[in-house]
Design a protein around this ligand. Sequence first.
Ligand code: HEC
Length: 148
Amino acid sequence: MKRVLSIACLLFSFSLAVSLAAQGTMAPTAGMKITTDAEYSTHMKEIQQMNGVLNKSIKGGDAAEAGKAAARMEVLFKNVHAYWAAKKVEDATTAAQNVVTSVQAVQKALASNDMAAAETARAAIGANCMSCHTAHREKLPEGGFKIK
Ligand code: HEC
């Protein structure tokens, strides 16, 4: 009986995790394949947040916090990169790759305690957010955005 219960419990947790992942409400993991608009949006929302943390912490000289944000952005943008690469959309794939390269450069600069180099690498990120949004982000009349 106990065994049956624990199997039922396991199955329940599993299906819960699957449905949360399907809704895109779970925090994205490294190597996660983006398959829905909701998952894509979850990535972008965390990217926005981490980008703010990165900016503030580099300017405030907090290398530890900046390093965490940059590492998280690397995970998120690698997933975004894979999404566009699979769709064979070249400009978006390049924009995502550029951000991956920038956040890797930020981490490298932080590892050698070079805040100025970290800021230079960080400053290169924004243009890629913009160019990809201009080409592939559509504002919805009811608010929010969709992929185009
Ligand atoms: C490779 C293309 C690409 C890059 C690079 C990119 N984005 Fe996006 N972003 C999109 C697309 C497409 C959407 C619209 C779909 C959506 O909202 O999920 C979007 C939506 C967003 C949203 C709205 C999320 C929502 O659904 O409410 C935010 C915020 C955002 N991006 C922030 C950023 C920031 C900050 C950067 C740079 C650090 C960035 N993005 C880089 C493609 C990109």
